[in-house]
Design a protein around this ligand. Structure first.
Ligand SMILES: [Zn+2]
Length: 495
């Protein structure tokens, strides 16, 4: 802090007197040694100085959300993981004719759990098992097999057609991806993710809580280890619906079960969130891509702005977690169920534990006779309190997004003449202007990772800000009358 104060006195001043801010939760959540004045910035990106707007600060969860997050129970998560492990293997090619072993039994149990929650509601939660016959693919599918996704949808009140999806995969594997008979406990990968879908569905569907404005789908998919088949089917089902489903955010929780790495590193208060930069070329054509690169918008894709929003609304005392956003699609050599959603043109991101132990993933359950080391994805390596906190991060993100008005559309910046101010135009989100309390212009220095500044501009569709678009990255976002923010959208030049 001393060095920073010498070099950047204005930063030190901001740290001492944040503009009506919530206390930075990081100082109490973890032992991360941060010298930043807010969780969204650092001294190195403190240019240009601005006299307009205020500091962007974390969003405090409303009381009903705090109550939901407090209900997340590590014991329920543990029970779910142990139950899923009890099916022996959940390999996608394993038996679907047993009630006690194999992926069919796991599918039916998950569906019955969701249905139990649905039966306790007033009809706000409905359960579907959807699927298709996947032919042999000459790769990881040896013979035709039914791929089933279990989907519990919490139907929104004001804009039920707007949808947020949270998913885990219930299939599992061992060392040989084609071995569908050996026990494959898959406790971390990915019973942990399925347990989060179940626990959030149980809590968020309770009739004592307000129904969210938009809909939320709590999902367990199959076929991930064989090639993301279940998620691909679900993403395509939404994309091919008439009208096309408006999925404004999708999260996969995959390997969110442990907080200890293979080198002994323990980091139980951090979850990684992987957010892709440039969208797949099939989603964004060459002309749009060219304009994006021209304006320096390569880090402001819908997926990345979704990740930024999660950090703002889910890193707080009620989740007890730091959200470490990683600006890439996924870890090296790995893939996940967010990818088919990105390829379908939906913003999507991946939650994964902060440090992995590769002896506990994709491994035959065995003890190495030479070292005595236990291999395999066993429940004994799970940290249920950690998984509960990851569930709270998801719950905070999903509820905040569903209560927000969604993303404004057709967001543009006037670039028809040289000027040192910036004029923006936009259309209301899909939910319509009546869902919006006010709009906000957010911005940050171009090398900054997160939105540092914000200006509430009221209920308008055009505004001029006395700040040059040449020097910062801008975004436009909508918030609800009760202040729930949606994800920001990068303005493209008016052409
Ligand atoms: Zn996985």
């Amino acid at each position: 802090m001393k060095l920073q104060a010498i070099l950047f006195p204005q930063v030190a001043a901001a740290a001492a007197a944040p503009l009506g801010t919530t206390p930075n939760p990081l100082s109490i959540l973890a032992n991360r040694e941060s010298e930043s004045p807010t969780i969204f910035t650092c001294a190195a990106v403190n240019w240009p100085p601005t006299s307009v707007g205020g500091l962007n600060v974390p969003q405090v969860p409303p009381p009903e959300l705090q109550s939901m997050l407090a209900q997340v129970d590590p014991a329920n998560i543990e029970a779910t993981i142990l139950k899923l492990v009890s099916f022996g293997t959940r390999h996608t090619l394993s038996t679907q004719n047993s009630t006690t072993r194999g992926i069919g039994a796991a599918r039916d149990w998950i569906a019955s759990e969701f249905q139990k929650y649905a039966d306790a509601t007033d009809g706000r939660l409905t359960v579907d098992v959807i699927g298709y016959e996947q032919p042999a693919d000459g790769n990881r599918i040896l013979f035709p097999v039914r791929i089933s996704d279990v989907v519990a949808t919490l139907h929104g009140t004001e804009s039920p057609e707007r949808l947020y999806v949270v998913s885990g995969h219930y299939d599992s594997r061992v060392s040989d991806v084609l071995d569908y008979e050996s026990d494959a406990p898959g406790a971390d990968d990915d019973a942990s993710g399925v347990a989060i879908s179940l626990e959030l569905a149980r809590i968020m569907s309770q009739p004592g809580y307000p129904r969210p404005r938009a809909s939320i789908a709590f999902v367990a998919v199959a076929g991930e280890e064989q090639g993301l088949y279940g998620a691909q089917f679900l993403a395509q089902t939404y994309a091919n619906a008439t009208p096309r489903a408006n999925v404004e955010g999708m999260f996969t929780n995959d390997i969110v079960g442990a907080s200890k790495a293979d080198d002994g590193t323990v980091d139980p208060y951090t979850i990684r969130l992987f957010g892709q930069g440039l969208p797949p070329l099939g989603v964004e054509d060459a002309a749009v891509r060219e304009r994006r690169l021209t304006i320096g918008g390569e880090s402001d894709t819908p997926a990345r702005n979704l990740a930024r929003l999660v950090k703002e609304v889910a890193e707080n005392a009620d989740t007890g977690m730091n959200v470490s956003v990683v600006y890439r699609l996924d870890r090296y050599l790995r893939g996940g169920d967010h990818r088919p959603f990105l390829e379908a043109g939906y913003p999507a991101a991946r939650f994964t534990e902060p440090n992995e132990d590769f002896a506990h993933q994709h491994q035959d359950v065995r003890v190495d006779p030479a070292t005595g080391k236990q291999y395999g994805d066993l429940p004994e390596f799970c940290d249920y309190d950690f998984i509960a906190r990851v569930a709270r991060v998801n719950g905070a993100a999903l509820y905040s997004l569903a209560q927000s008005p969604g993303a404004p559309r057709n967001v543009r910046v006037n670039a028809t003449a040289l000027s040192n101010d910036s004029t923006f135009y936009w259309d209301p989100p899909a939910a319509g202007e009546e869902a919006v309390g006010s709009y906000e212009v957010v911005w940050r220095a171009t090398p900054a990772p997160f939105w540092t500044h914000v200006m509430d501009v009221g209920l308008v569709n055009q505004v001029t800000v006395d700040l040059s678009k040449d020097n910062v990255i801008f975004g436009i976002r909508a918030k609800s009358p009760d202040g729930m923010r949606g994800a920001a959208v990068l303005p493209f030049p008016v052409s």
